[in-house]
Write a new protein. Structure first.
Length: 559
């Protein structure tokens, strides 16, 4: 734990765990305030988990969730009410501690001199000058001047952000680049399917963020609050302002666990799991090993989602494990898909259907998960078959793997960069913003009609880098992204159907069919997924080495 004392009554910290609570009580704290909304991070414990531990330790606890970088007046008021309502001293926490420090600063600004607030927060390691500017500016953060300026600012240090920064550095080593991201850990998310199947250890999918930021790139460890593209400004958590000449937006998407009633409360217990969370993927494998009979339910929400094949990958690897240990005959596998097809590119469906038959799985199309009762082990689905009235069905389960609904992050959806659906609005070939010429986007957050996969980001990063370099030189865009995405469908342990396709479902195989036919399950594709892709990700893609990722020439692509 990294607890920072701001006053005699209030301290703040980054995310805590249930295991930390006893130590927090031992340090003399009487209450905890959680300022981080559930479901914000892949490895984040829920508020309920912290609450149970706090109550067991005799601590007061309150939930005052604040969207990252969006501290509103009503949030400050709620924080003040929580402080009045609990015993002190209080520990407030969020992802990094900045939101909690910001709430305290605004709350105290009504009764404490601003220099005193700035001194107290600075001593704790937080720069609240932006708060002072916002208070002086009638509640708004002025963006005509900034705290820092860079030639290129990249928002998000996931697969897309680090790759595009590395690709830019490879092209123009002297370019002054900053990456903005508050996370301490970077995750190889494609590996979580393999963790849930008992093939990878979870720890192998995580590395410290600091070890991956490209050499010579500045890392601003903060969350983004807002964009002001008219002033070429990004407003950070804590109301600091970063100015840019060119901006790349790639913060990923948000897993909307709260959209399913009762889901957050039961994740990680009662047989409910998800490979979409770092801490839960091992629980998937635990459940698979422990299951001897009963019903296993696998869900898939409406598109768009990160890696459209991941929900059924979990089903195939589970079915394979039960097939191998002789339990499959006693297990009823149900796949509940909000869509109407097994996979969006028809060329791969026959191979997948053969495994549906092998595992005797039942396909339930147009079934969208609405609510979960973990204690009762029941799940309710909204059934919207074409040309029929919408109905609901409740099913029992012994194990359930959930793929959550997915949306653009809150700070993207409310920004001028978003389209009507909340995604960053780009030209699908150049990945340049349709309204702001000095802004580009890649990865899961943008609205091009491609699959949201790490393999897509691997192809998008060089396209964005080429086009930014061309723009700096005063030229028109030179590179085009063809919509490439890849989904290695783990149909059994040792075999994969390697789906590779571009815009419109056009097949985009990386290898000749006599080497690897992606429409058929193969051991070669498994070797690629298990052995080759992780080092390609860590040692090539994130370092700007564009193996098999060169972008198309825009003039050729337009012909």
């Amino acid at each position: 734990m990294d607890i920072k004392k701001i006053s005699n009554k209030v301290s703040v910290s980054p995310q805590i765990t249930a295991a930390d609570v006893k130590d927090i009580a031992a340090q003399g704290f009487r209450a905890i305030i959680c300022n981080r909304p559930d479901g914000e991070g892949a490895d984040q414990p829920t508020f309920e988990e912290i609450e149970v531990a706090a109550m067991a330790a005799g601590l007061d606890i309150r939930y005052v969730p604040v969207t990252s970088g969006m501290v509103r007046d009503e949030d400050v008021a709620a924080f003040g009410e929580a402080l009045k309502d609990v015993q002190r001293p209080v520990l407030a926490y969020c992802r990094s501690g900045t939101r909690s420090a910001t709430l305290w600063s605004f709350h105290e600004s009504k009764k404490r001199p601003m220099p005193e607030i700035l001194s107290a927060t600075k001593a704790a390691g937080f720069d609240m000058n932006g708060v002072a500017r916002r208070i002086a500016n009638g509640g708004k953060t002025p963006t005509d001047t900034g705290d820092a300026h860079f030639e290129v600012v990249v928002v998000g240090a996931g697969a897309g952000g680090i790759s595009v920064a590395a690709s830019l550095k490879a092209r123009k080593p002297g370019l002054n680049i900053a990456i903005i991201d508050p996370a301490d850990i970077h995750y190889y998310q494609p590996g979580w399917t393999m963790v849930g199947g008992g093939i990878f250890d979870a720890q192998s999918t995580a590395k410290t963020m600091g070890s991956l930021i490209p050499k010579g790139v500045h890392w601003i460890k903060s969350a983004v609050a807002a964009f002001e593209p008219a002033n070429n400004a990004v407003v950070l958590d804590g109301c600091r302002v970063v100015k840019y000449d060119r901006l790349v937006v790639c913060p990923g998407l948000k897993l909307d666990w709260a959209a399913v009633e009762g889901l957050e409360e039961t994740l990680g217990r009662n047989g409910v799991t998800s490979n979409y969370r770092y801490d839960l993927a091992p629980y998937t494998w635990q459940l698979v090993q422990e299951m001897k009979g009963g019903r296993a339910v696998f869900t898939q929400p409406p598109m768009p989602i990160k890696c459209a094949g991941a929900p059924q990958k979990a089903m195939y690897l589970s079915g394979d494990a039960w097939h191998r240990n002789g339990r499959l005959k006693d297990i009823d596998i149900q796949f509940m898909n909000a869509g109407g097809v097994l996979f969006g590119v028809k060329d791969y469906v026959p191979a997948l259907e053969s495994y549906i038959q092998k595992y005797d799985a039942t396909l339930n199309f147009f079934h969208n998960l609405k609510s979960v009762d973990g204690a009762a082990k029941t799940a309710t689905f909204r059934v919207a078959q074409p040309d029929t009235d919408v109905t609901e069905v409740t099913v029992d389960f012994d194990m359930m793997h959930v793929c959550p609904p997915q949306v653009a992050p809150d700070f993207i959806r409310v920004s001028p960069l978003a389209d009507a659906a909340g995604w960053v609005d780009v030209d699908q070939a150049t990945l340049r913003h349709k309204s702001y010429d000095n802004i580009w986007s890649l990865g899961d957050v943008m609205n091009a009609p491609n699959a949201k996969t790490a393999a897509a980001a691997r192809k998008q990063a060089p396209t964005v880098a080429d086009n930014i370099v061309a723009d700096i030189a005063g030229r028109s865009p030179t590179a085009a992204y063809d919509g490439y995405g890849s989904c290695p469908l783990t149909v059994e342990r040792g075999k994969i159907v390697l789906a590779e396709f571009g815009y419109g479902g056009v097949l985009k195989p990386s290898f000749p069919s006599f080497v690897l036919d992606g429409t058929k399950p193969s051991r070669a594709a498994w070797f690629l997924k298990e052995t080759m892709l992780p080092p390609i990700y860590w040692k090539a893609m994130l370092r700007g080495k564009e193996w098999m990722a060169k972008p198309e020439n825009l003039a050729v692509a337009a012909e």
